[in-house]
Design a protein around this ligand. Sequence first.
Ligand SMILES: *Cc1c(COP(=O)(O)O)cnc(C)c1O
Length: 351
Amino acid sequence: MRWRPTNPSARSKSWPPRSGVPVDQLVKLDADENSLWPGRRRVRRRHRRRQPPHLPRPRPGIALRAAIGRYLDVDPASVVAGAGADDIIDILLRLCMPPAAVTTPPTFGMYGFLARINRTPIVEAPRHPGFGLDVDAVARAVADGANMVFVTSPNNPTGTVTSDEELRALCALDALVVVDEAYAEFAEDSCVPYVASHSNLVVLRTFSKWAGLAGLRVGYGIANPALVERMMAIKQPYNVNVAADVAARAAIEHREEILPTLRALCQERDRMVEELGRFEWLEPVPSQANFVLFRVQGRSAAELAASLRRQGVLVRHYDRPDLRDYIRISAGRPSDTTRLVEAMAAQGAPA
Ligand SMILES: *Cc1c(COP(=O)(O)O)cnc(C)c1O
């Protein structure tokens, strides 16, 4: 085999981190999850009530698609669920086998990984400074033959969103436009309503972030029913397991309890930005997600992340040229923010 894929999960940082800080005292601000939803207990209780799991009904997870349809006010026939949004990305690549796909770095790493294992060449259309989309660069890549475009809004790791105008320009291209809204529940906007009028638009959503169910693996796509039918035809029949199906429907059912925790996380995000504002060597990128990308000036961002880690505060640093000077910090509980700010203060002024 010429090319060896590297699975992102093999990006093995040891767990628990070798920081000497006990696991229950770690401040875990590196994975963008919802640490506030108390109702996870409800999901657990519901699992206990169930019979031992038999195979999920393969054809089509009707109840989950119907629940998602009600949640987003869309036709269930335009919903396809999978083992996380990652699974939907993989299904799209396997189904469409595009001659090339466009990504807009810096962005989520799974598009590149899944494209490589599906033998799809990737064309990068890097974002502008400040991380706005370069729609012209995307258009040039499509003119050169790419016919699938991955755009993330709010973008991971920058927290920036795609505007309606940019979305319209993208949908006018001769390509399947995949808008990954993994963090949409934290933002004010969504392009789900555009799906009905744009047959080349696919929106990805997940229960991993807002509902805190990342370990159960359940996400979905919203697209025109004809495309959804073709995706359903090639997906693994049991890609949503029984536990994930039950948990996802419980999260939708209890969304009125979860949504206030999302608002609280966003408030905590804003407090974090404000508190970290006193370190003038940290510059935040305005975010509409539950994390913030900070530019680190006058010292190494990698060393800063490592130093915070030794104090038991986990933040994310990316070993790639366009993010070398940045760290991404997820919003957490108020006590997490306090520990974060203390750990940051202990760094002292940059050299
Ligand atoms: C976390 C994340 C995903 C992964 O979602 P899963 O449903 O857990 O597979 C997809 N896209 C983005 C942008 C993410 O940050």
